[in-house]
Write a protein that binds this ligand. Structure first.
Ligand SMILES: *Cc1c(COP(=O)(O)O)cnc(C)c1O
Length: 458
């Protein structure tokens, strides 16, 4: 007689309902599933995303150490707006922006104001709003019209500035970049600035190429303009990437609050601040640069705390991670990390620049980012979009895209080096770039036009 075996819930993986069957995607299912199954389904779906460490398109942190990951897991439940409930997280936020104010040479560290944000986009909106409100107040006080504010910046600004102008009804005045003037450098400023200009944006680390705009020259051009016309136009520095590079790698470069015209600076904590997304910062050189009527109060330890933000609820864990990095690395640690990234970037730029097919646009000596173009006359059989596609087959995300006005006929390809890309892995990438370039150069017929990936480089 056969022995009766007890029922054993084997429940093998990938043979369970939800894994063996389709889970509905555009409707909430009537019933749920085991947590293990739901985890597996969501986990497996994200496998199809690009590999974050081989993503050389993004500026945003893709690697933090194990202590940071532990701290993240411990603090994911914190809401930044609950200052009264999480007073210490609020205190950590303040200490972080004060550290940044000091790093950026605020003239009086006791008289600065700043905040964390979701990223540089929100930080830029706040910087722009402060410029607009100050301009409105000055115009009203002088009995002048506030109908037509404009903001002057390079055509190579990040899309957040176009959003700011669109959402908050400010006319964007884009100064075109050219082969002679690769960045906004003070040239042509007086053709764009007038009495309705709320400010000028200077970018430390242009997204397209990684180049610094010469903030001091922009300020000098505005000084000359003021001497001629009396217009006193402030500058906001968009230091999304460079404001966390320049203090460590180019400490002698004067771009920050050492320039009196610089009213506010933003950076992305989640770029070279080395924190996971999303975290940004904005700091004003002195409290009077942030109009009081933009500030709201939330309760805090029986009193009130000023806040200036677009969001209400927002994660607090990233702010704690920023403090972790500040404590863990200090000045020398940040310098080592950023220098290592720059060494890798310059090594890669060197390797790419040595190939016949290419010509460097810049070499990674500002922020650890560089771009290159196809040498003119090299080939009519392929372009940089094809190279980007070929590199994707090895999992490398290295975007190609057109430059902004007036250089839209020019296509470049860009590499962003971040902490986590070692010299060894960079050499593997270089080998792949060389091999794929040889492959494309051996083609006897032109490649069909390659897919462009819009937005891939933002
Ligand atoms: C990335 C970037 C932004 C937007 O920053 P997020 O943190 O992604 O919102 C703005 N300006 C510049 C120059 C950037 O590089």
């Amino acid at each position: 007689m056969a022995e009766r075996r007890p029922y054993i819930p084997v429940n093998p993986l990938f043979a369970r309902p939800g894994e063996r069957t389709h889970a509905p995607r555009f409707q909430l299912a009537d019933d749920g599933m085991m947590p293990e199954t739901a985890y597996q389904v969501a986990h497996d779906e994200t496998m199809l995303d690009g590999n974050a460490r081989r993503n050389l398109a993004t500026f945003v942190t893709t690697w933090m150490d194990d202590h940071a990951r532990r701290l993240y897991a411990e603090t994911v439940d914190k809401n930044m707006i609950d200052k009264d409930e999480y007073p210490q997280t609020a205190a950590i936020e303040e200490s972080c922006w004060r550290i940044l104010a000091d790093l950026w040479h605020a003239p009086d560290p006791h008289d600065t104001i700043g905040t964390s944000t979701l990223g540089s986009s929100e930080a830029c909106m706040l910087g722009g709003l402060a410029l607009k409100r100050r301009w409105q107040q000055a115009r009203r006080a002088a009995g002048r019209s506030t109908e037509r504010p404009n903001l002057v910046m390079s055509s190579a600004v990040q899309v957040c500035w176009e959003k700011f102008c669109n959402y908050f009804e400010v006319e964007p005045r884009l100064v075109p970049i050219t082969e002679e003037h690769k960045t906004l450098d003070g040239h042509y400023l007086d053709q764009h600035v007038d009495e309705n200009t709320i400010g000028v944006v200077a970018i430390m680390g242009v997204t397209y190429t990684g180049m610094y705009e010469p903030v001091a020259e922009i300020c000098a051009a505005l000084d000359a303009l003021q001497a001629r016309t009396g217009l006193d136009v402030p500058v906001h520095v968009d230091g999304a990437s460079g404001a966390m590079i320049a203090p460590f790698l180019q400490p002698e470069l004067v771009w920050d609050f050492r320039l009196e015209r610089v009213h506010s600076i933003n950076t992305s904590g989640h770029k070279y601040g080395l924190v996971y997304p999303g975290l940004g910062w904005v700091v004003w050189r002195s409290t009077d640069k942030l109009p009081e009527d933009l500030v709201f109060r939330v309760s805090y330890l029986g009193g009130q705390m000023p806040t200036f933000a677009l969001n209400f609820s927002r994660p607090g864990a990233q702010v704690v991670l920023q403090l972790y990095n500040f404590l863990r690395l200090g000045r020398s640690g940040y310098t080592q990390v950023q220098q290592a990234s720059q060494d890798v970037a310059r090594h890669l730029a060197d390797g790419v620049g040595r190939l016949d097919a290419f010509e460097l646009w810049n070499d990674g000596s500002d922020i650890p980012v560089f771009a290159w173009r196809l040498r003119s006359g090299h080939t009519d059989k392929w372009n940089l979009y094809h190279l980007a596609d070929r590199l994707r087959t090895r999992g490398w995300l290295v975007p190609a895209y057109p430059m902004p006005d007036d250089l839209t006929d020019l296509t470049v390809e860009r590499i962003v080096v971040r902490n986590g890309l070692s010299m060894d892995v960079a050499d593997l990438l270089l080998e792949d770039i060389e091999r794929e370039t040889r492959y494309l150069d051996r083609l006897t017929a032109p490649m069909p036009s390659a897919a462009q990936h819009p937005g891939f480089h933002h």
